[in-house]
Design a binder for this molecule. Sequence first.
Ligand code: NDP
Length: 333
Amino acid sequence: SNFYTIREYPQGTPALEVFERQQQELPELQDGEVRIRNNWLSVDPYMRGRMSGVTTYIEPFTLGAPLEGAAVGEVIESRDTRFQPGDKVSHMGGWRDVAQLSGDAVTTLPDIAVPEQAYLGVLGMPGMTAWTGLNTIAEMRDGDNVLVSAASGAVGSLAVQLAKARGGTVVGLAGSQAKRDWLESQGIKAVDYRNRTAEELTEALQAACPDGFDIYYENVGGVCLEAALNCLRVGARIAVCGMISRYNDTEPAAGPANLAMILIRRARMQGFIVFEHWDQYPRFIAEIGPRVAAGEISYTETVREGLDATPQAFLELFEGANQGKMLVRLDSA
Ligand code: NDP
């Protein structure tokens, strides 16, 4: 089996050389284990946190060991009666071509007419994150005005569509014209955040949504957060999903200068980790799965080819090179 590991815990933006491809001879399959040929690997922003060498809400990656991440593939050998060769499954044994895992760590893909890689994006962890953040954390109500940052990414692109379906004005921040064109095609007002001060971005947001926002779905931090704080309605909720603009920082960043807007607008700001809401995943699939299969929900993928593309695909997330979900397709797919 071929896999990627990291040689050291990087400071700042990781260099490509931090990642190292290695080979391992897989031991014979034990009782209860499953061997899976991965077809698709997911690269996700949260993985940067696992490269920092410290425990946050999750353990750091182990230097020299295969990196872990979401993947979908096909069972090729099984000593767990729940799985047969040919079954399509998802699991966390990514960054490798063949994974060997306990059957307890493997999930059979739901029976919905969507491509298998949808379970890494719109019907997987990122989609579940968008749904949880809007409904459970921000407690969205019909007619709410919603602002989403990284709005054309894996999480953001579902968040904006779920928000739009419930009636209010939805505004998305996105860093390229192609991304903003996609947002506009969904009926969402798109705003460019790049090279703008908090004051300039505040003005652009006020122009897009003069009444202000009931919800800010936060994926980015920094200037986007500061501008959003200026545009809250009374009683607004901020779901803090991520702060990707800070993940490669080497020094503590200054906080938003206007945090007092939380007080002035009597707003609430709450962080969340999707894995702690995973008991709700069947509800999410039941509600969103058929809408994806029916083509009512639009999702975009950015695909890089081959295991060797995985480190670069991961680093590209921090350059905004992806539209929709960033994926790696392996030769077997
Ligand atoms: P995306 O598909 O949104 O990819 C990342 C995007 O972030 C880029 O395409 C880029 O879009 C934007 N971005 C990157 N760097 C910056 C920067 N410096 N400033 C502003 N924007 C930037 O990734 P995901 O949908 O997988 O994740 C989105 C967020 O959700 C992340 O913060 C992630 O950590 C978080 N998350 C949290 C979870 C939780 O449980 N709390 C679970 C899953 C994700 P653009 O070109 O528009 O700038």
